[in-house]
Ligand binder design. Structure first.
Ligand code: A3P
Length: 296
């Protein structure tokens, strides 16, 4: 496949979303200056960390029922939607989502306090998930090891907003400085292992009254298998053609978001040598971090 020409901005290898290709600085600045409401919710994640999953859980909690949102989360994907004005017309509370790092989130939320949800997933599974995402876009003749060397273990991995390390360390710092209780940090692995408790924690953060029964039903409706099925049968995917600009797929791409949904698929992809190389970089990068990252 012809990999899209690299577009670097603020040290990040910007994904080929149409508004970013047109004018990345303009869209980033619009997001930073977004007029916010005090009950706005921003789900801010590094790619492939379970964004679609948590977004659906958030939507159900806000609505207080277990109906799937017809629109996929990309309808509310700040850096990719054709026109940011769409979010101005949404009823409150508005659940929006982005992969922009903390320093680019709307100023009104980061400075005055709002609801920011960070979901963090271990970087080995993120890398595997990202690799398959790119394969779905037609990147067929590259091995996982090659991908790691040329596209992930580099300062700014392909298709993402900077390195995983920079992203999560920025989240950690922001959460430490959070004076308003405005940030909730969730971990993909904790949500997998303890979905009921984690969904309750999320409901509390969102100030949502949710009965035990509703929490159980949401967890069930948002299980991997059920979300995968809903994605195929219920969801409106039409926005995808409008936001992604990849010549080789002519805008028709449909990445398989619901691939495996497990912890530890990295063990099926990393060779011993690659794992050792990765662990060395990880140890150096995360030496001052207290984030409880779970690899299994
Ligand atoms: P895999 O590729 O490892 O399967 P994002 O939404 O940020 O793009 O993340 C996608 C990843 O989240 C994919 O990981 C996907 O399978 C996983 N995922 C989506 N819904 C899930 C669920 N309900 N439970 C567990 N994992 C889920």
């Amino acid at each position: 496949m012809d990999f899209p020409e690299r577009l670097i901005f603020d040290g990040m290898n910007i994904p080929p979303f149409r508004p970013l290709k047109e004018n990345v600085e303009k869209r980033f600045t619009e997001i930073r200056n977004l007029e916010c409401r005090k009950d706005d919710i921003i789900l801010a994640t590094y790619n492939k960390s379970g964004t679609h999953w948590i977004w659906e859980v958030v939507c159900m909690l806000i609505k207080g029922n277990t109906e799937y949102t017809k629109e996929i989360k990309e309808f509310f994907f700040l850096e990719a939607i054709p026109d940011l004005d769409v979010v101005h017309n949404l009823p409150s509370p508005r659940p929006m989502n982005t992969h922009l790092p903390y320093r680019w989130l709307p100023k009104q939320l980061t400075e005055k306090g709002g609801k920011i949800i960070h979901v963090i997933r271990n970087p080995k599974d993120v890398a595997v998930s990202l690799y398959h995402h790119l394969v779905d876009f037609g990147l067929s003749n590259i091995s996982f090891s090659q991908f790691m060397e040329t596209m992930f273990m580099i300062p700014s991995p392909a298709f993402s907003m900077g390195s995983w390390y920079d992203y999560v360390k920025e989240c950690e710092q922001a959460a430490e400085n959070d004076k308003h209780g405005a940030i909730l940090t969730m971990f993909y692995e904790s949500m997998k292992k303890n979905p009921i408790d984690e969904t309750k924690r999320l409901a509390k953060f969102l100030n949502v009254e949710a009965s035990d029964k509703l929490i159980e039903d949401i967890v069930e409706k948002c299980s991997f298998g059920n979300l995968k099925n809903a994605d195929k049968t219920i969801k409106d995917q039409s926005i995808l053609k409008k936001i992604i600009d990849l010549p080789s797929v002519d805008g028709q791409a449909k990445p398989n978001i619901y691939r495996k949904g497990i912890i530890g698929d990295w063990k099926n992809h990393f060779t011993v040598a690659l794992n050792e190389q990765f662990d060395k970089i990880y140890a150096e990068e995360m030496k001052n971090s207290k984030l409880p990252i779970q690899f299994e």
